[in-house]
Ligand binder design. Structure first.
Ligand code: FAD
Length: 467
């Protein structure tokens, strides 16, 4: 036992308290007599520490092993934060550690409504500390740097920690390389000036400020090729910004440059909104595959024509988040497997070659020859998390898990005065050949009734993650 241990590692509260007093005494001595006295001998902390205990370095042991098996969850977004809670419920004997870089949870779902002042920021943000205390898992706010699969170790900016099971929930990254190859300056300028606001949460504040100071002119949105995070949400965003322009009499035009040949999903519903509500504001351009973008000159060349813009929301293609690449779950080029996303077992969501490494949420790759990828949705990430928590609990109980499939439900607001929305639902089943099949139902009719359903969905799913 070392002073790195915590209440979860301790076999009894007495020992934990003794350690606390000893550690506190060590720190007091260090303060009084200089740092050297704080270096209590420790098998876990090599080399000898010269810093106060809670200032970690990547070479330090972040959490020493106790006598419980440990699940480390990388990424505390929609998937990760749900997985932490459900693991504690399904397998209370496990130690659960959630690692996340952000201090606060910021929800991408419902954020389009926040951009145009239909909800306030309190609706989108949630407290990691309260929920981790309530369900007794460790939330550690830190940057995850590397994953050493061969040593079953995660390296963070605050230290390293070992795992028995790893859950990767890193979300997405922008593949700016597809636009700019290795030109870092172009990629950085694009993100800094015209961020997509598809990764929480600094970009969202930038975009909101830009929209609020937009006085008119051409606002261009480039839409990425599939698979992408929440495919209907760029169209929702266009409708809501157009609705705001209408309400505030802003002489703006929104030009949607879509990589695809048509609006999907809920295509007829969105097209009806474009034509019936925003005819003079939204211009939809299909097959506008990007050939060149210049964030300095504000110019875009596409297969469907060239465009100049006053402001833009530039969405580069999406891929699995950086961590999935660092963990080695994204197939290398030339491997014969679909690239860019995590290569998982379609039913059990573990890495194809490593049953102790699970991937959940948007980072999950190809799962079916019928529909290729699950929709990259918070709803699916939440379901993946609960499913994987169940799989791990079953394995810990010595049972072989049976597969469980997700579902998906997505509401899109298309008008703010009055508030109206459309929606889409997905269900899954495994067919006789063992392949996952998808049923999709689009609800294209624009109705006010969809809006309370949308808010109810959000409240329920936030409650599922945070209360
Ligand atoms: C505008 C918009 C609208 C949307 N609307 C809906 C909707 O209505 N319904 C719906 O279901 N979905 C919607 N989505 C999609 C939804 O946001 C995503 O599908 C969901 O967030 C995926 O969850 P995830 O856990 O895979 O990734 P995320 O929620 O992105 O979580 C990943 C987490 O990992 C953390 N992380 C990554 N790398 C590191 C690192 N190195 N160190 C530490 N932490 C790290 C990130 O900070 C982040 O918190 C919408 C998305 C957008 C952008």
């Amino acid at each position: 036992m070392t002073q790195h241990d915590n209440k979860h590692d301790a076999p009894g509260a007495d020992i934990s308290r003794r350690r606390f007093i000893r550690a506190a005494g060590g720190l007091a001595a260090a303060t009084a007599a200089g740092p050297a006295l704080a270096q209590a001998p420790s098998a876990d902390a090599a080399p000898a520490r010269t810093l106060p205990f809670l200032i970690g370095r990547m070479g330090d042991t972040l959490l020493a092993r106790g006598n419980r098996r440990r699940v480390v969850i990388c990424g505390g977004g929609w998937g990760g934060v749900t997985a932490a809670k459900y693991l504690r419920q399904y397998a209370p004997e496990l130690e659960v550690v959630l690692l996340e870089r952000n201090p606060v949870f910021f929800s991408c779902p419902m954020s389009n409504k926040w951009l145009v002042d239909q909800v306030d920021v309190q609706f989108l943000t949630h407290d990691y500390l309260a929920v981790s205390e309530k369900y007794d898992y460790r939330f550690i706010q830190t940057e995850i740097l590397e994953i050493e699969r061969e040593r079953k170790t995660v390296i963070t900016a605050a230290g390293r920690l070992a795992y028995d099971y790893l859950i990767l929930a890193p979300g997405i990254r922008y593949n700016y390389e597809a636009w700019f190859a290795n030109d870092r300056r172009m990629a950085e300028a694009t993100r800094a000036r015209f961020p997509a606001a598809y990764i929480p949460y600094a970009e969202h504040f930038h975009l909101k400020n830009a929209l609020q100071s937009f006085k008119g002119g051409d606002l261009v949105m480039t839409l990425p090729p599939p698979p992408q995070r929440c495919p209907p949400s760029p169209y929702e965003r266009a409708c809501l910004i157009a609705s705001m322009f209408k309400q505030k009499n802003i002489p703006g035009r929104i030009i949607i440059l879509d990589h695809k040949d048509g609006v999907r999903p809920i295509g007829p519903g969105f097209r009806a909104a474009f034509e019936e509500l925003y005819k003079d504001i939204i211009t939809y351009v299909p097959n506008a595959r990007i050939e060149e973008i210049d964030p300095f000159k504000k110019e875009i060349r596409t297969e469907a024509g060239d465009f100049r813009f006053d402001h833009a929301i530039l969405m580069a293609p999406h891929q699995a988040g950086d961590l999935a690449w660092k963990a080695g779950v994204v197939p290398a080029p030339g491997s014969g497997r679909p690239g860019g996303w995590a290569d998982v077992d379609p039913l059990f969501l573990h890495d194809r070659n490593d049953k102790d490494v699970y991937v959940i949420g948007d980072a999950v790759g190809f799962v079916s020859p019928h529909f290729a990828f699950y929709p990259k949705a918070g709803h699916v990430a939440n379901r993946h998390a609960r499913i994987v928590a169940r799989y791990i609990a079953e394995r810990e109980a010595g049972r072989e898990p049976s597969y469980i499939l997700p579902d998906n439900l997505c509401y899109m607001m298309v008008n703010t005065a009055p508030q109206e929305g459309i929606s889409v639902q997905f269900d899954y089943k495994v067919n006789a050949e063992g392949i996952i099949e998808q049923t999709q139902m689009d609800f294209n009719e624009r109705t006010p009734d969809t809006v309370p359903e949308d808010f109810n969905w959000a409240r329920l799913i936030y409650a599922d993650m945070f209360t």
